[in-house]
Design a protein around this ligand. Structure first.
Ligand code: HDD
Length: 752
């Protein structure tokens, strides 16, 4: 076939220019599909005992995997074709009447290509437009059959494939990753009884209590409609105007102004189902449940100045981090925990468990770990998977059911509805990333973009002509929990929904000193961007009901008098059961102290020490860190001992905020050169200001001096100045890095 094509001139005037023998031939296997997740070494399966469950899962319990293989397209070694499979002879030139003549209408190849291109974009998500996804699996620790009939929880060691999408909320699809914002944490379980979507956030509460207010909330936080500013930011008039008139948002604002809103990594943040859901067992008995995801790496966040700088240096910071971790085999992992309680317990709480602005303190109901989730495969194609994935709060399976949370009620409607616009019709469930592994049989027919070819003449039920098929599953199928209802139809809220401040106070008072300072700074910053003084005042008057310390500090920071507290909705608000909950601090889950995947900059220049620098770098790599040699330019530097240090990043293309820690090498002559480079000084100052671990070896302290960084006292937290410039210094540094940040040296305003 090649020979015939080559022999036939397709453009007599330029015969040889694009001949087949000149075209680039992809190397065979270049785009080999990745192995299915069950084939990955160490992944538990029926044949492979899991360390978490002390044994293999029983035969036949694991949902199938690798279903996406059937739709993967791989062009290795293939010819270019049209969408109709017709091979192209020339993908460079349109068809013309003479080389300088007009393009011809009959050029169906050009027209198909342009038409497809013209329609490449789909509407972005109305919220959570910016996101990053990954494949993985959920493994159940022990059978939960007494609590729930849900398929993923029926056997110890049972594996259920998942696809997860993390997101910011307010920004558009191309916006920065490090906006101060809530993060979406949406998990699609491909269970063997259908799709279960746990569509949560990295904060356990929400701004509003009723879905009726959702469009207002989103309109307020999104860019203002007249000039479409600001992008991916809540620091503007309309957001604070709205929330200052909605005191129920106070608790969520505490979370949103905390460091949780600027996570260091998706891999280092918690996830929450937010609402109270139901577990329903095989006998139909139900308990209430709240879902918690806890990262194995611990919870870590950025600081604000750093987040702002990262948004310029690498707007894809969190996306890149997730991708690189999975690509390098450092699969992120979370433990799934549940808080289980009964309706009777819930009735006695001082708050209503149907109110999504409230959490259930762990002191009231502890978290029980029930399984773990591992993300071990990057998507093949961002659009086909991460963009087209459609999560839906209404997707539940037998064993999981809703409660009467009025926020959840709206969600049950909105998610399917929005996909009809976003994905262009009602058949989005047939897109490969959304299709369940469980078979789909019903009498729904047709609609835009239908993939399935339904056989037979019967598309109704009951029928006799198709033997009654497909038929109802009876109690094997999804049976809604028969929750008894009573009451008049009315618009309003139950009494306990009117208490807005107890848990806002609980959150603020449970934070460590640095965390409280960051919350104060965040409120102050955001409100300083608000141009209407009355809005600022309303917010501060609201905060007074949660914390006098917070309200006073924010008022000070804004140069305003402390306003009266906002009047309460309830004359006699219920007293909270818990006034401090250490679990609400980010420091409660520090991780295991390992430094795997932490990014470390080792500054290099001509005439720095060679051997010791590389020995330290190698010790860090051995501990699992990702080390980069950062120089004034990329390429080789010659160290004082003649060793060649090959810089693979520059002070300009990889500034300090992109690294978790830094090493300044020994070598007085090299240090002089770095001290004369403003970018190196800025690098060191940023690392210091952002409270990151720093190691200065020998003459490396000269660079600290030049940058004006105090270190003579030798007790500056997280700053290790070592006279002995050898690899032994890396031990203390690795320990400091395990602790992540050293807020003991943070001052307001920053000293450096
Ligand atoms: Fe929502 C997307 C999480 C309340 C309506 N939401 C969306 C996503 C997440 C959440 C993680 C992105 C899913 C993805 O990655 O594709 N939403 C939440 C949480 C809420 C919440 C944790 C409160 C507990 N949402 C909420 C309400 C409504 C919506 C009250 C409407 C009544 N959410 C939507 C939506 C989105 C969405 C408009 C936009 C794109 C999409 O659904 O697929 O339908």
């Amino acid at each position: 076939r090649n020979a015939t094509a080559a022999a036939r001139p397709y453009n007599r005037d330029k015969e040889t220019e694009y001949g087949l023998e000149h075209a680039r031939r992809p190397v065979a296997g270049e785009n080999a599909p990745p192995p299915s997740f069950l084939a990955t070494a160490g992944t538990p399966s029926e044949d492979n005992a899991s360390a978490k469950t002390n044994g293999p899962a029983a035969e036949g319990v694991n949902a199938a995997s690798g279903e996406l293989a059937r739709v993967r397209a791989d062009s290795s070694g293939r010819m270019l074709t049209t969408n109709q499979g017709v091979q192209l002879s020339n993908n460079q030139d349109s068809l013309k009447a003479g080389l300088r003549g007009p393009a011809l209408l009959k050029d169906f190849i050009l027209r198909e290509k342009l038409t497809h291109f013209d329609h490449e974009r789909i509407p972005e998500r109305v919220v959570h437009a910016r996101g990053s996804g990954a494949h993985g699996y959920f493994e159940c620790y022990q059978a939960l059959t007494e609590l729930t009939a849900a398929a993923p929880f029926q056997e110890a060691g049972k594996i259920t494939p998942v696809f997860v999408r993390f997101s910011t909320v307010a920004g558009e699809r191309g916006s920065k990753d490090t906006a101060r914002d809530v993060r979406g944490f949406a998990v699609k379980f491909y269970t063997d009884e259908g799709i279960w979507d746990l569509v949560g956030n990295n904060m356990p509460v929400f701004f509003i209590q009723d879905a009726m207010k959702f469009p207002d909330l989103v309109h307020a936080v999104k860019p203002e409609p007249h000039h479409a500013m600001p992008q991916a930011a809540s620091a503007h008039d309309t957001f604070w105007d709205f929330v200052s008139l909605m005191p129920e948002s106070t608790h969520m604002l505490m979370w949103q102004m905390s460091d949780r809103a600027i996570p260091r990594s998706f891999r280092m943040m918690q996830g929450f189902g937010v609402h109270t859901f139901r577990f329903v067992n095989h006998a139909g008995a139900s308990v209430l449940v709240k879902f918690h995801w806890t990262p194995l790496l611990g919870t870590h966040s950025l600081v604000w100045d750093e987040a702002v700088k990262i948004s310029g240096a690498d707007p894809d910071f969190n996306r890149r981090d997730l991708w690189e971790a999975i690509n390098s085999g450092n699969y992120p992992e979370w433990e799934l925990g549940v808080q289980i309680f009964t309706e009777e317990q819930a009735d006695a709480f001082s708050f209503d468990v149907l109110d999504s602005t409230k959490l259930v303190p762990e002191e009231l109901v502890p978290i029980t770990p029930i399984g773990r989730m591992v993300l071990d495969r990057n998507p093949d194609n961002f659009f086909a998977e991460t963009e087209q994935v459609a999560f839906c709060a209404a997707h539940v399976v037998p064993g999981i059911d809703f409660t009467n949370d009025p926020l959840l009620a709206g969600r049950i409607h909105s998610y399917i509805d929005t996909q009809i616009t976003r994905l262009g019709g009602p058949n989005f469930h047939e897109l490969p990333i959304n299709a369940p592994l469980a078979p789909v049989h019903n009498n729904q027919r047709d609609g835009m973009h239908r993939q399935a070819i339904h056989r037979g003449g019967v598309s109704y039920e009951p029928n006799s002509l198709a033997g009654g098929c497909p038929f109802q599953a009876g109690t094997q199928g999804f049976v809604s929990f028969p929750e008894p209802q009573r009451g008049d139809e009315l618009r309003g809220k139950p009494e306990k929904f009117g208490e807005h401040y107890n848990q806002a106070a609980l959150f603020f008072d449970s934070q460590t000193g640095p965390e409280r300072r960051h919350i104060i700074a965040a409120f102050t910053f955001e409100l300083s961007k608000v141009t209407v003084p009355a809005v600022r005042e309303r917010v501060v008057s609201m905060l007074r009901n949660a914390s006098e310390e917070l309200a006073r500090s924010v008022a000070d920071g804004l140069g305003m008098a402390l306003p009266d507290p906002m009047p309460l909705a309830l004359d006699r608000p219920p007293a909270p059961e818990v006034r401090k909950s250490p679990a609400l601090s980010l420091t409660a889950r520090p991780g295991d102290g390992r430094i795997v995947t932490r990014k470390i900059a080792v500054l290099v220049a001509d005439d720095v020490a060679g051997a010791t620098t590389m020995a330290v770098a190698e010790a860090l790599v051995a501990a699992g860190a990702v080390v980069r040699l950062v120089g004034g330019r990329i390429g080789p530097c010659t160290a004082e001992d003649g060793l060649v240090l090959d810089a693979d990043a520059t002070l300009e293309n990889s500034p300090a905020p992109l690294f978790d820690a830094m090493v300044i090498p020994d070598g007085a002559v090299g240090m002089e050169a770095l001290a004369a480079d403003g970018r190196a000084l800025e690098f060191v100052r940023d690392q210091f200001r952002h409270c990151k671990p720093m190691l200065a070896l020998g003459a490396g302290s000269l660079l600290l001096d030049a940058a004006g960084i105090p270190h003579n006292a030798r007790n500056v937290e997280g700053l290790i100045v070592s006279d002995v410039a050898d690899v032994s210094a890396s031990d203390g540094f690795i320990q400091a890095l395990g602790k992540h940040r050293h807020f003991g040296r943070e001052t307001d305003p920053p000293a450096v």
